[in-house]
Design a binder for this molecule. Structure first.
Ligand code: THU
Length: 140
């Protein structure tokens, strides 16, 4: 059983790989699959700006493209690369919508940060908390 804290730690590791020359805002995500795998992602920016991919979607698209579509939880961390990510980084609306495509209402979302002693801390939400009344496959 993968614990939330371990997932947040994996998200911090993924954040080290963020490609963010334009915003300097590095985000890392760690997606926990139903069979206990951790699939990570970072944000990847682009000189044309709009092709930028968020960390969460990088993780989801890596997983789905490898045939994995059942998920339990995601941990997300982010903030300016010059700092230790001491504030939480909530997922953008587009990433919440991608979660809605593949995950149930009780999918767990851990928003991680480091406290003043650099220890890992996190807040726990569900997809229903962060995307109430979202539009999903069952609404078509
Ligand atoms: N970003 C993410 O990776 N995930 C989010 O949910 C919010 C925003 C990235 C996109 C861009 O590279 C940078 O953070 C600033 O918006």
């Amino acid at each position: 059983m993968v614990e939330a804290r371990e997932l947040v730690r994996a998200a911090f590791e993924a954040r080290d790989k963020a490609y963010v020359p334009y915003s300097n805002h590095g985000v890392g995500a760690a997606l926990l699959t139903a069979d206990g795998q951790i699939i990570t992602g970072c944000n990847i920016e682009n000189a044309a700006y709009t092709p930028t991919n968020c960390a969460e979607r990088t993780a989801f698209f890596k997983a789905v493209s490898e045939g994995v579509k059942d998920f339990e939880a995601i941990a997300i961390v982010g903030g300016p690369m010059s700092r230790k990510a001491t504030n939480i980084c909530p997922p953008c609306g587009v990433c919440r919508q991608v979660m809605r495509e593949f995950c149930g209402q009780d999918f767990k979302i851990y928003l991680g940060a480091r406290d003043e002693n650099e220890n890992i801390d996190y807040e726990e939400y569900t997809l229903a908390d962060l995307l109430p009344q979202g539009f999903g496959p069952d609404n078509l």
